[in-house]
Design a protein around this ligand. Structure first.
Ligand code: KG4
Ligand code: ZN
Length: 352
């Protein structure tokens, strides 16, 4: 074991001294995507293979953890091979392996972590553990070099956070949701409208066809940068129930538009309130809900008006992928934060 540790630290030093691009194999299995990628210097994609399990989970209306783990086990080695092949590289060319070790579903995380540890141990390749949300934030570095201080608005299926960063790899959570994450609220509202899982993109689409004509609440939680979306979600469900009881019909597209307007108004407004208090060089959008057309547009308009530089990842890097994990892993690798063979999946891993 000590021999392995000696080997990986030596390998890192030699790679950094060589001046050649640092090539990282990223692995992501925290939820329902099995993904592997090969990235150079944390910001250049050589390959990014994503195998989605959505079709398997759809009929259950959400992710079934045991089903997710089983799919990861079946796919992980194939996906890693494919990522290397598409990059025209072999494991001999890889300088480090970066893997998501939390937060996420424990059985799902373990598959990626076990694969990463096995390759690292067998080949003496440095190992880096990555926080899933750090990965989402670093998806933005594929677009442009990050400048600090910056603020990241993280909106995903499991997270809604305002994260302030003074330097690479240092995360300060200024505000977060007290109940549902944004993506979770989207998925629940979609379900109540009979839309398939995951519902976010369907609501987004419907919202663009409808009018925000139905009054819905906004939870401002004044004096804090926290969020709350469960009241809004309940208001949508109540609107549907009340209409059904009265025998009235509600236009789903108008309900979707009203829901989306309420979500976006709060997210954008609180983000810019914080920027006015703590000026930043860049605003980053991160997480699966960053794919939302309405949110992208509203943030872009407001950022342009207020003269703030906004970075948004391309759609392909918004939802879960291994490229972003390798991107965040590169920062930890440079800092010398290598993991050991005790690395484990941590479902509730804190970001800061
Ligand atoms: O980041 P992600 O892939 O997984 C987590 O880390 O949670 O985010 C998935 C979430 C789902 O809730 C999905 O409905 C939502 O992102 N999502 C969207 C859109 N595309 C994906 N929500 C709203 N509008 C979209 N266009
Ligand atoms: Zn995610």
């Amino acid at each position: 074991m000590n021999n392995w540790k000696h080997k990986v630290y030596k390998r890192r030093e030699e790679a950094l001294a060589s001046g050649k691009p640092i090539r990282i194999l990223g692995i992501e299995t925290s939820c329902d995507e099995t993904s592997a990628a090969v990235i150079e210097n944390g910001n250049t994609i050589r390959s990014n293979v994503i195998s989605s399990q959505i079709e398997s989970h759809k009929r259950f209306g959400g992710v079934v953890p045991e089903v997710a783990s089983r799919h990861h086990v079946e796919n992980i080695t194939l996906i890693i091979d494919q990522a290397l092949r598409e990059a025209n590289l072999t494991l001999d060319d890889i300088d480090a392996i970066a893997v998501t070790y939390g937060p996420g579903l424990v059985g799902a995380l373990l598959v990626g972590v076990a694969a990463a540890k096995a390759i690292s141990f067998a080949r003496g390749i440095p190992l880096v553990g990555v926080h899933h949300i750090a990965g989402h934030i670093y998806a933005n570095r594929f677009v442009k070099e990050l400048e600090f201080p910056l603020l990241a608005l993280v909106v995903s299926g499991g997270h809604t956070e305002l994260v302030y960063m003074k330097e690479h790899g240092a995360y300060e959570i200024i505000g977060q949701t007290r109940d549902d994450a944004v993506g979770e609220a989207y998925d629940k509202v979609a379900r109540s409208l009979g839309l398939p899982y995951p519902g976010g993109p369907h609501i987004d689409q419907l919202a663009h066809e409808g009018e925000p004509s139905i009054p819905l609440p906004r939870a401002w939680l004044e004096g804090t940068y926290d969020f709350s979306f469960s009241g809004l979600k309940s208001a949508v469900l109540n609107t549907l129930h009340n209409a059904a009881q009265r025998g009235e019909s509600i236009e789903p597209k108008n309900l979707a538009a009203s829901f989306q307007e309420s979500v976006i108004e709060v997210l954008v407004d609180k983000t810019f309130r914080l920027i006015n208090e703590r000026p930043v060089k860049q605003l980053l959008l991160a997480g699966g809900v960053a794919a939302n057309k309405g949110l992208r547009r509203a943030l872009s308009e407001r950022a342009a008006r207020e003269g703030v530089e906004l970075i948004i990842p391309p759609l392909s890097l918004c939802t879960d992928n291994a490229a972003m994990i390798a991107g965040a892993g590169y920062i930890e690798y440079k800092k010398g934060n290598l993991a050991s063979m005790t690395l484990n999946g941590v479902p509730g891993l804190p970001l800061a």
